[in-house]
Design a protein around this ligand. Sequence first.
Ligand code: FMN
Length: 343
Amino acid sequence: MMLNWQDLLDIHKPMKVPRLNPLILGQTSYTSNLIQGPLAGISCAPFRVLTARYSQPAFSCTEMISCKTLLHQSFSAQKRLVMKDSEEGPLCFQLAGSDPSELALATKMVSDLGADLINLNCGCPVKKIRRKGAGSSLLLEPLKLLQLIQAMKQSTHLPVSIKIRVENQDELFHEDLLKVLRDSGLDFLVVHGRHWTEHYDIPCRYDSIAFFAENLKIPVIGNGDVACLASLEKMLATGCAAVMIARAGVGQPWLIKKLTAEINQEVFIPPSLQEIGAVFMEHVLRLKDLLEDERFAILQARKFAKYYARPLTTRAEFSMAVNACESLKNLEELTVRYFKDFS
Ligand SMILES: Cc1cc2nc3c(=O)[nH]c(=O)nc-3n(C[C@H](O)[C@H](O)[C@H](O)COP(=O)(O)O)c2cc1C
């Protein structure tokens, strides 16, 4: 095909790159549309405080909290799950359950505990949760799901959402879900683009996220495999209103800030190694203070070390040293040595 001179001008037009936009949920407008997602065993207040300080996401999430735990355990027994820190930003409490009356009570409880938003987990693949009729098993029970959403809506004035997985060739549920979601009064939807049987080696299904974004009027939040600018742009191209990042935020609470700068073609100054070491220690010390338990903090440090140590050439060596570490004093010495005088 012959080009004319005007086509030549088009060649030099910048490509249309999806941009970040403010996110409106209920009555609230968030300046960012990037969100830190829920991670069981990780997403407690110390992690979220650091994410809020370095990234200011639209909001962060608690890990999934079972309604039964909320209703039947004392506050101190579930402090790690429910504690909200005055230094953190907006917080979405994620609940798991399958009984509308329990979910209604749990929704009231977390509204009183300082939730800014509420989410029902409809994606958890764990057998114990599915056997109780909760998590991803709800995806094949649209009418029960409708009752659960209505129970939440009637129990709070806060925005209410669910987090789902997507269908595959063996389980088709998108159309049935759509019908329910349109009638439910749901305020927003989070879609992790994998079937509940799929592990992380299966790529995220962006077309499924686009399906919900195209067919629903409420904001759809896309989730799955976002860790860099290219993957963020791919997710935004689904037409989703916001993007939830889960695993990639561990050990780099500044990730959302970095991605925001990159997509806006602004400069992001990465933290120095010293600062990363200091953030790692602050995370661990905040975990110790949360439960007043040094042993718990050490075990968590062993879990997080390899994520904070991403930029170290001695990453494997540092992680092994932290694994053998038995006290916070020893951990601090190690961290100073590997991250070089961070204090
Ligand atoms: C260790 C771990 C714990 C998780 N815990 C939760 C959880 O409590 N609730 C939930 O909805 N999803 C949970 N997820 C799923 C993530 O929120 C997210 O949907 C998934 O990891 C895909 O997003 P990502 O590629 O950005 O990590 C968990 C994932 C991992 C790896």
